[in-house]
Design a binder for this molecule. Sequence first.
Ligand code: GLU
Length: 285
Amino acid sequence: MSLPVYRFAPSPNGHLHLGHAYSAILNYEAAQKYSGRFLLRIEDIDTARCTPKLQANMLEDLQWLGIKWETPVRRQSGHFEEYAKALQKLDTMGLVYKAYLTRAQIKRFVAEQDKRGTPWARDPDGAPLYPGDHNMLSQQEQADLYKIEAPYALRLNMAKAIEMVGIPLFWQEAHGGKIEAAPAAWGDVVLARKDTPTSYHLSVVLDDALQGVTHVLRGRDLYDATSVHRLLQTLLNLPEPCYEHHDLILGDDGRKLSKSAKDTSLRELRANGMTPSQIKKRLHL
Ligand code: GLU
């Protein structure tokens, strides 16, 4: 059997916190335990929020924790053309459409539905499903927006995609058995935008495949997203990794940690004299 390949894939749009340390250490130690490989991948497709400075800080924090990774490190911002190619493939399959509704328009539509007593469905992250341009805009309005190249998102036609792959679709969850994917719960997810030819969902499945990742070990907050990832893997003929979603490290208030909270950022803890072994102890590792 080939060696397992683990990865830690942070987005440098803020400072790493205890939750990231937990995920990074779990992946690094699993790779060591099973004589596998450990990769670091920088998920910086949001080039406005992911700055070189934040990225440098992130690498420094990981080094300080004692984590070592293979080089060169894959930075997603350097591979937009590859993601665009995969998007093109999905488009050729008739699965991608330009969606013009603005956030405000979606909000208005959803509020109207809710007011009527027919609450509009929300995705697992709590965001309303995309209503579809035809529900809000006349054919003429749609044609005009197309003509002036108004800002748009490229969305996946979820119903058609599900029909194409056929259900049920499963993933293998370590310690959890075979889990049935439920991609429909996400509606027509964004695959790219007018100015960014990819999205988290698209680039994460492409990179996991390209880098030969066999084990995706990540936080429970991404558990539901795995349904979308399995769907895209199937559509794009990509191999299926094994998944494990670990518990999240919560703050003293019982809430998910945030990248902007100072008290749990690794930099802050380090500045206050905490050592890497104390961090591990605090994380029960
Ligand atoms: N880049 C994602 C994040 O920072 C993680 C992606 C993943 O592990 O699949 O939340």
